[in-house]
Ligand binder design. Structure first.
Ligand SMILES: Cc1cc2nc3c(=O)[nH]c(=O)nc-3n(C[C@H](O)[C@H](O)[C@H](O)COP(=O)(O)O)c2cc1C
Length: 184
């Protein structure tokens, strides 16, 4: 049976988008289909998320930039339209992971990952972090946390991921697809 994993993100300067693409690539390497979705249409290739995408997906990777230690408002506005899904329990037991980018190393990216997790937990989704058998968690000098993949973009908003950040993105996409497959 085919697996559809939604990679849902917001990105203003390209860092979270770069992470979304790395995660999507590793999902596809597992033989699953990665559906890249955004909250608003900013570029020609953007496909805006629908509630049906979530209802029918087998897993979700969800990321936004760090905004004062929280998720981007575009994402929060969307989640506030999903009470009907919550009432019907339509996302319960779907596996999920979260990812984010920040300008500064200690600028709140871990807090943002926890904030991104909250609506998913309310919906009954099963949150996957990054286990410490991913060696880059210990070697990274920029992003990467046990709560999810992160990227430190710096004040010049670089969307070039470090080798370790990229490996951690790959590990979360791979694990999400593998767990979704086991649950299926
Ligand atoms: C309103 C606003 C709030 C932000 N808050 C933070 C913050 O709390 N900590 C931080 O390190 N960067 C913060 N940033 C910077 C973004 O998180 C950073 O540029 C991120 O890499 C952007 O991701 P993107 O390239 O996908 O848009 C903020 C940016 C904006 C516009």
């Amino acid at each position: 049976m085919s697996l559809n994993i939604v990679v849902l993100y917001h990105s203003s300067h390209g860092s979270v988008e770069a992470m979304a693409h790395e995660i999507a690539e590793s999902i596809e390497q597992q033989g699953a289909t990665a559906l890249l979705r955004t909250f608003v249409k900013r570029q020609a290739h953007d496909i805006v998320i629908s509630k049906d995408d979530l209802i029918h997906c087998d897993g979700l990777a969800f990321g936004t930039p760090t905004r004062f230690g929280m998720m981007a408002s575009q994402a929060k506005s969307f989640w506030e339209t999903t009470s009907d899904l919550w009432l019907k329990g339509q996302l319960i037991d779907k596996p999920a992971c979260v990812f984010s980018s920040s300008s500064s190393m200690h600028g709140g990216n871990e807090a943002t990952l926890l904030n991104l997790s909250l609506p998913l937990l309310h919906h009954g989704m099963m949150l996957l972090g990054v286990p410490y058998d991913v060696p880059e968690l210990l070697s990274t000098e920029t992003g990467g946390t046990p709560y999810g993949a992160t990227h430190v973009a710096g004040t010049n908003n670089s969307n070039v991921l470090s080798k370790d950040e990229m490996k951690i993105c790959h590990s979360v996409g791979k694990r999400l697809a593998q767990i979704a497959s086991k649950l299926q």
